[in-house]
Ligand binder design. Structure first.
Ligand code: ADP
Ligand code: MG
Length: 694
């Protein structure tokens, strides 16, 4: 599509003027109207980048890279020069960069190093309607920075633009001091909505929706007029499963690991999910060959972040994968949940961009009425706040309860985050960040992992832990083919890799894969032979190098902890992991069931994918990294540990008591909920500290 026919084009002068005239500006407009790709270019042309970069945030990593690529193409420059991007562990920008796309998490980290954002003239917070946790925190931080005139270190005031796909922006405008709003009207065609009744209120669990979605796609392909299809599914595994089903239905092509570019009787099947390579993602924008129908199977990313041209049919599974805090285990867990009605409407709209379209909702009207909420709950209200609260503390924002939140999280969630930070020594009893906390934020890792890494560095075995931290930071490394024969072969290979690592420690298996692949003379072939994702390993190598760099830098500081720790390496490794993950420790209670040590304890089982599955009878204490909730609660990536390693740490889980928090938490925490917690003292003091500082 030519840039000057995009709806935003007519507003370019008005937009540039509005940014000049006011510190905050809100821009709304239909998805696809050109906000993300065009506005930064208008500002660039108007000379904004002379006084610092134009930074544009995105909640999603894939969208960040994809959009940067597109804009670099439009400006005819190579990525990393005038237009660049930065996502966690991947910085593709330079001193020449004028327009920088980055994830919202990256910008949060920048603020830690440069609280006035002196490198930037303009910050555009994009996809505000998604209400990602980092974007929500950025709203508050940027507002606060302004109020406190903390921008005084700057020559010119920072310009802040918030962009959103929804028109419901009154709350946002009020939050930003009633700032002006520019609305870009969209052009859309009517979309017919059809409820297919294949999924009802009883199908909330399981993955039946994948097969049902595939049926609808085949029906469209065989019976409906030309036009491309966009399918909304939940994640990589579900999308790969659907692709496999489509191939089998087409009955034409042998299974290959690379799912791209396979036409099944005139159907070009293209998956689109977060961890895909960028050159693969680019293909979804190309028109299909004549006579071929394109079918993109995507996660929610195609709902607002990316606009795929030529879509006539949308197939909506009705589900999305969402990170939710699970109070039973005190961790965030990825869950498949019904989408909100507002999201369904957004998905529907994708079919009416270039002509009239049809949206097939595989679910029933009852499902819509009974299972789908009106609006999505913002992430800040449903995920762990530990990481962002540590960031705020490092920015010397102590009163994290009265921070300007657009939607305040429940106080007990804030308290829980404080409790966790206190447990890993990142904050002291007054709620102030410790030296340990300051080292922890240097790592772009979750606090638990940062803690384990620092422990390893302090005893000199980071060479063991960094590869594991890297392997756990990248997408899933194991390939599980759809074809049953291949799958058995893959399982045998994976088992062999685990046996080589001792056969009873999933972390050691990851380490073994990392090392073997790195030592191999032909690593890509090694991966193929062992059913391991080469791209994931490549990322892991790069992540490990970056973590090493950070570790080397921190170790030069005189305050960096140094300890002695003797023992075999496999034991050292597990002890360091325990330093960060002692809240993920469980003791066998009966049969194959373990009880966690957090809170009142939750019953968990070892997931069949773990090397320890089947060895339960020989185990007493275990430590785990992930949790999967189905009908049971499963723990994944597990190793056996000894009680002595954690016995001094476990009391920390119970050291603070929420009963004594009453002064701040009374309204938020009911008696019953309090009883579930086991917190003493510390938090009360932390919060008193917080109030004192206010
Ligand atoms: P908005 O941010 O308002 O949703 P965008 O700026 O993302 O809009 O997109 C504007 C237009 O650019 C859309 O029509 C989209 O199809 C097109 N576009 C975006 N990225 C690409 C790409 N990589 N290749 C081809 N077209 C693209
Ligand atoms: Mg956009």
């Amino acid at each position: 599509m030519e840039r000057d026919v995009l709806p935003i084009y007519e507003y370019r002068k008005e937009l540039v003027q509005a940014v000049k005239d006011s510190n905050f500006l809100i821009v709304t407009g239909e998805t696809g109207s050109g906000k993300t790709t065009q506005l930064p270019q208008y500002l660039h042309k108007a000379g904004f980048a002379k006084h610092g970069m134009i930074g544009v945030t995105q909640p999603r990593r894939v969208a960040t890279i994809s959009v940067a690529l597109r804009v670099a193409e439009e400006l005819n420059c190579s990525l990393g020069t005038t237009v660049g991007y930065q996502v966690r562990f991947d910085d593709c920008s330079s001193k020449d960069t004028a327009i920088k796309y980055m994830t919202d998490g990256c910008l949060l980290r920048h603020i830690l190093a440069d609280s006035n954002l002196c490198q930037y003239s303009t910050i555009i917070l994009d996809e505000a309607h998604e209400r990602s946790l980092s974007t929500d925190i950025l709203f508050g931080l940027l507002k606060k920075l302004f109020q406190q005139k903390m921008c005084s270190g700057r020559k010119r005031p920072l310009k802040i633009v918030v962009m959103s796909a929804t028109l419901d922006i009154q709350k946002l405008s009020e939050f930003f001091e009633n700032c002006p709003v520019v609305k870009i009207p969209g052009r859309t065609f009517p979309v017919k909505e059809i409820f297919c009744n294949l999924i009802g209120p009883k199908n909330l669990e399981g993955s039946a929706y994948v097969a049902e979605t595939v049926k609808v796609v085949m029906d469209i392909h065989l019976n409906k007029m030309a036009g491309d299809i966009l399918v909304f599914l939940t994640g990589q595994a579900e999308i790969e499963k659907a692709c496999n089903l489509l191939f089998t239905k087409g009955e034409s092509i042998d299974y290959q690991y690379d799912l791209r570019d396979q036409s099944v009787e005139g159907l070009l099947i293209l998956p689109l999910y977060g961890s895909m390579a960028t050159d693969q993602q680019k293909e979804i924008f190309h028109p299909p060959p004549a006579g071929v129908r394109k079918c993109v199977l995507s996660t929610n990313i195609a709902a607002t972040s990316l606009t795929i041209p030529g879509i006539r049919y949308v197939v909506d599974s009705g589900f999305v994968k969402q990170l939710n805090h699970n109070p039973r285990i005190g961790m965030d867990i990825l869950e498949v949940v019904p989408i909100a009605k507002s999201e369904a409407v957004q998905r529907t709209g994708r079919a009416g961009r270039t002509s009239a379209g049809v949206c097939y909702r595989i679910y029933s009207k009852d499902f819509w009425d009974q299972c789908m909420p009106e609006h999505m709950v913002p992430e800040i209200k449903r995920t762990s706040l530990t990481s962002v609260i540590l960031t705020l503390k490092c920015l010397e924002i102590h009163n994290v309860i009265h921070f300007p939140y657009l939607d305040p999280p429940e106080e007990r969630h804030i308290l829980e985050a404080l409790k966790q930070l206190f447990q890993c020594d990142a904050i002291d009893r007054r709620g102030h960040v410790t030296q340990m906390g300051k080292f922890m934020v240097e790592y772009p890792l979750p606090p638990n992992m940062a803690c384990a890494v620092i422990k390893a560095a302090s005893v000199g075995c980071e060479d063991l832990l960094l590869p594991i931290a890297a392997m756990l930071s990248v997408e899933n490394v194991f390939i599980r083919p759809g074809d049953s024969e291949k799958r058995e072969e893959a399982e045998r290979k994976h088992q062999a890799l685990s046996m080589e690592a001792g056969g009873s420690n999933d972390f050691a298996t990851l380490f073994n894969i990392f090392q073997q692949c790195r030592m191999s003379t032909s690593p890509a072939r090694w991966c193929q032979q062992n059913f391991v994702h080469w791209r994931a390993l490549k990322s892991a190598f790069s992540v490990e190098r970056q973590l090493q760099e950070i570790t080397r830098r921190l170790k030069q500081m005189k305050d960096f902890p140094r300890e002695k720790c003797e023992g075999p390496r496999s034991e050292m490794l597990r002890r360091c992991l325990c330093a960060g993950y002692f809240s993920n420790v469980a003791k066998r209670s009966a049969g194959t069931t373990f009880r966690t040590m957090e809170g009142c304890g939750t019953m968990v089982k070892i997931h069949p994918s773990s090397a320890l599955h089947g060895q339960e009878a020989e185990l007493e204490w275990i430590m785990f990294h992930d949790v999967l909730v189905t009908s049971n609660i499963f723990v994944k990536t597990v190793c056996p540990i000894r009680y002595e390693w954690v016995k001094d740490l476990l009391p920390k889980l119970h050291e603070v008591d929420v009963y004594e928090l009453s002064s701040v938490a009374r309204e938020a925490v009911t008696e019953k909920e309090m009883a579930k917690w086991n917190i003493k003292e510390g938090l009360k003091r932390q919060n008193e500290g917080a109030l004192e500082d206010a």
